[in-house]
Design a protein around this ligand. Structure first.
Ligand SMILES: Nc1ncnc2c1ncn2[C@@H]1O[C@H](COP(=O)(O)OP(=O)(O)OP(=O)(O)O)[C@@H](O)[C@H]1O
Ligand SMILES: [Mg+2]
Length: 336
């Protein structure tokens, strides 16, 4: 009998896994259910499709993003079911050689609010395929992955939520955490609105917007950004510098306000240490100039020092894996 140890980052847009057998993989955190009998037939009567396959076939499916708001809606059976399906799927893909007698011990990192509000629900939907489980707040897992156990502020900028967590040497409490629904998706929405304000007839898809943001996004002073877009099918060059800068600044302002809030409400003796130990993670940490903007916003408080993690994509699930390997059994939620 073997034991497989898993670290899972159950994010609002992506779920990633890292296993004790050295595997890593990612799936989009969504499930698609056929819209009607015709689409059910088209998908070979499969009850649901997962991740990218669901997105590629979205016209025939009702797509559920169970964690889109940073918490699982427990009044929706479908959201709970979808969470279980995604976890079961990624685990089965990551350990295809698991035998029925083998055990799975998993630490699941979830957005900060879900770690308080959905703990039991997640335990319930994973009962049949996880033997021992630890539910952790995602930013805490990020801190754990880089061995930050002294006063550190983690800022995890994902798609649906920006999760902040003060690390103080022990398990964080609810007061140490803050989750705001301003993150990558919010920036996409804003960028689309701001481009359309200047060029109302330009044709934009979500993919074009996200690509623009990821490639050219910046806070502060940047180079002018000229891109090729389409209007009534005709391609033209457009200057989108202002739209990009305004949108990125709006997101950054909200993140800076959240950072200031967690700094200001901390034990005054340790505030200066916290300010000089800020770690930014998640896909949004790749936004150019963000670290400097946070530092600048802390000037009135006495200044700050911000670094970005190297492995933005996997550091959450790596932290979870590390935690499940190191935690004593008493910390785990369920021991069968
Ligand atoms: N270079 C970049 N500049 C700005 N944003 C980026 C960049 N690269 C990725 N992103 C954005 O990061 C977000 C995805 O981040 P991440 O993968 O950490 O999210 P997640 O973990 O699924 O979501 P959450 O943490 O909200 O649960 C997306 O909105 C993506 O567009
Ligand atoms: Mg995340």
């Amino acid at each position: 009998m073997a034991i497989f140890y898993l670290g899972v980052d159950l994010g609002t847009s992506r779920t990633s896994i890292s296993t004790s057998t050295g595997k890593r993989m990612t799936v989009r955190t969504c499930v698609g259910y056929p819209k009607d009998l015709i689409s059910a037939k088209r998908f070979g009567n499969r009850p649901y499709l997962l991740g990218d396959e669901a997105l590629d076939n979205r016209l025939g499916l009702n797509i559920i993003w169970p964690l889109a708001d940073g918490v699982i809606s427990e009044t929706s059976d479908k959201a709970l079911e979808a969470t279980g399906l995604i976890l079961k799927h990624i685990i089965a893909e990551a350990i295809p050689d698991k035998k029925p007698e083998d055990s799975i011990y998993a630490a699941i990192g979830v957005p900060a609010n879900a770690s308080f509000k959905n703990k039991n629900a997640i335990i319930n939907v994973t009962k049949s395929f996880i033997d021992k489980i630890l539910i952790v707040s995602e930013p805490f897992a990020v801190g754990y992955s880089i061995d930050r156990f002294d006063e550190t502020l983690i800022v995890d900028i994902g798609a649906g939520t920006t999760d902040l967590c003060r690390i103080t040497g022990s398990m964080p409490t609810e007061e140490d955490q803050l989750s705001i629904t301003k993150a990558g998706n919010y920036l996409d929405d804003l960028l689309e609105k701001n481009i359309l304000k200047i060029y109302p007839k330009v044709q934009l898809s979500r993919r074009v917007i996200t690509n623009l943001k990821e490639k050219y996004g910046f806070v502060g002073v940047g180079e002018p950004v000229q891109v090729t877009l389409t209007e009534s099918g005709i391609q033209k060059e457009y200057d989108v510098s202002q739209a990009i800068n305004d949108s990125c600044t709006a997101l950054t302002d909200s993140i800076c306000a959240a950072v200031q809030q967690l700094v200001a409400s901390f034990d005054p003796e340790f505030q200066s240490k916290l300010r000089s130990n800020i770690v930014v993670a998640g896909g949004g940490s790749r936004l150019r100039g963000l670290d400097f903007a946070i530092e600048k916003s802390l000037k009135p408080y006495g200044g700050g020092k911000v670094i970005c993690v190297h492995d933005a994509e996997y550091c959450g699930c790596n932290g979870c894996l590390k935690m499940i390997l190191e935690m004593p059994e008493s910390m785990w939620e369920r021991i069968d």
